[in-house]
Write a protein that binds this ligand. Structure first.
Ligand SMILES: Cc1cc2nc3c(=O)[nH]c(=O)nc-3n(C[C@H](O)[C@H](O)[C@H](O)COP(=O)(O)OP(=O)(O)OC[C@H]3O[C@@H](n4cnc5c(N)ncnc54)[C@H](O)[C@@H]3O)c2cc1C
Length: 481
């Protein structure tokens, strides 16, 4: 679980439960040919960058349960064993045919369809959207095991050897490890492969390990593919339905959750008739480049990690661990690694929703950026507060630095805007200087926390123009009508 997802979970009200169920990875231990070659401390790797400056290890089953419970809190239940088998799109609605658990079918009419149906997405296939890419040749396994050995408890343990690698993720419970590795070449053709079959190769390469129990074992092939489009009229593709790649860097589920967070506020504005449907075009504009970049970087990293080339093998076992451990001693490298892997560095600078007005220095946050996290005093005498807790993901937020709230009304936003004026205090000035936020400046944040409009002196007229031209707000919002 990456920090950006935990920031989103905080808004959904499920972060405390996720932290309770998960384990913070305090370090990654790199083992080469049976010996611990290096340890990379991860405990507070993102200190000052996020309220969650760590990597959280939490099983996907727990994640799904958490989100399912949150949904139930809103009076909605997941309808399991119900399959989308047909889809027809009309000008103003879509008609879905669902096969129910008893085998009967029923039709559902909906304004919009979110295709969060995984790599074999029916929404994608029924819309004939190509899923371009290819499979990797290796076959992987994942096992839930009870194991003892030299692994450092509660930390990530990565075993590297010339032909392969093995990952041990600490899970809740005693000696409970989720193990991910590559099926040895000699076993690749075997159809009824069991965990016992791969254990001898693990023990041979990783050293004195013993497995007491395996409660789940599965093999799979990994593909790198991207849907040619993330939208077809009233249907959207999100998560693995839109993009799949290697698990290097633990990005897949996190990226899918961010797809959903990107689309959700836009759909909310459109279905409540505050914005026109054109706003939804920005989903593809923003998320396709994110998926493209992700596929490129995970492909490069993965090729290096699994390459059969002897030189790559030598690099993995002799050099990689030491280079990584040395590089991560430097604060700028640690911060860059955290920004990239924790997904807080994802930006939409070229989105039609991103606009910079004059007056911002180059190193200041700009339109498209996730506005940086800070602890700020909201009143001159008040205690420092977590800025992200002040944001409301059902509204836009106008942050004003070094200037008062404008006297003129804010036409065009109706009740979907909150304004926060950040006072000048010694603590705020110091914190904002660290983030390169100048004074005077203003930042109009979208409900997902990314900057929409930014500049020096705030002008209500510029914001009103932004709302109508970029966010496609109706000229008079619903509450003003
Ligand atoms: C070994 C491994 C380790 C990984 N580790 C990480 C990690 O550490 N961090 C990370 O971020 N990601 C990780 N990933 C990736 C992550 O598992 C996926 O990216 C994530 O599961 C995608 O979620 P999704 O909801 O898009 O799709 P899925 O999880 O595939 O869910 C799709 C759902 O749609 C349902 N469905 C399918 N077809 C239909 C239909 N026709 N009608 C109705 N329902 C349908 C399915 O039953 C399923 O419930 C890992 C993947 C692997 C293989």
């Amino acid at each position: 679980m990456q920090a950006r997802t935990l920031e989103i979970y905080a808004h959904l009200g499920v972060v405390e439960r996720a932290l309770e169920l998960g384990k913070r990875a305090t370090g990654a231990n790199l083992w080469a040919q049976g010996r611990r070659a290096a340890r990379v401390p991860l405990g507070d790797i993102g200190r000052g960058l996020s309220p969650y400056p760590f990597l959280l290890i939490l099983g996907q089953d727990d994640n799904e349960r958490l989100l399912g419970e949150a949904l139930r809190g809103h009076g909605i239940d997941v309808q399991w064993s119900t399959e989308l088998v047909g889809l027809a799109q009309e000008a103003d609605h879509a008609k879905a045919t669902l096969k129910q658990p008893d085998g009967s079918t029923r039709e559902v009419t909906a304004a919009w369809v979110g295709g969060c149906d995984g790599a074999h997405s029916a929404v994608r296939e029924l819309n004939r959207i190509a899923f371009q890419g290819a499979p990797y040749e290796h076959i992987f396994f994942v096992a839930d095991s009870q194991a003892t050995g030299p692994m450092v408890p509660d930390e990530l343990n990565v075993y590297l050897w010339r032909e392969s690698f093995l990952l041990f993720f600490p899970m809740r419970g005693i000696d409970h490890w989720r193990v991910v590795g590559i099926v040895p070449v000699e076993l690749r053709g075997q159809s009824d492969l069991a965990f016992e079959d791969v254990v001898p190769s693990i023990v041979r390469e990783a050293g004195s390990l013993s497995f007491q129990k395996c409660t789940w074992f599965s093999t799979y092939r990994i593909h790198h593919r991207r849907a040619a489009r993330f939208r077809d009229r009233r249907c959207f593709l999100l998560g693995d339905a839109a993009h799949i790649h290697s698990p290097v860097g633990a990005q897949g589920m996190n990226t899918g959750l961010q797809d959903a967070y990107n689309l959700a506020w836009k759909l909310a504005l459109v279905t409540s008739r505050q914005a026109s449907e054109t706003l939804l075009d920005s989903y593809e504009d923003e998320r396709v480049p994110v998926a493209q970049r992700l596929l490129q970087t995970t492909d490069r990293a993965f090729t290096l990690v699994v390459s059969d080339n002897p030189l790559a093998g030598l690099f993995r076992t002799r050099i990689l661990a030491k280079v990584l451990a040395s590089a991560m001693r430097f604060d700028p490298v640690r911060k860059l690694a955290f920004r990239t892997i924790a997904q807080i560095g994802i930006r939409y600078p070229h989105s039609p929703l991103s606009e910079n007005l004059d007056g911002l220095p180059d190193n200041a946050p700009h339109a498209g950026d996730r506005f940086p996290w800070a602890q700020l005093q909201m009143s001159a005498q008040g205690a420092a507060e977590d800025l992200f807790q002040k944001l409301d993901d059902t509204k836009l937020t106008l942050l004003l630095f070094g200037q008062p709230v404008p006297q003129a009304s804010m036409p065009g936003f109706g009740d979907s805007l909150q304004i926060l004026t950040i006072p000048s205090t010694p603590a705020n000035d110091q914190g904002l200087a660290r983030l390169h936020v100048p004074r005077p400046s203003f930042y109009l944040l979208r409900p997902d926390g990314h900057v929409g409009l930014a500049g020096a002196r705030f002008e209500p007229a510029a914001a009103a123009r932004y709302a109508s031209e970029r966010l496609q707000f109706a000229t008079r919002s619903r509450s003003e009508c």
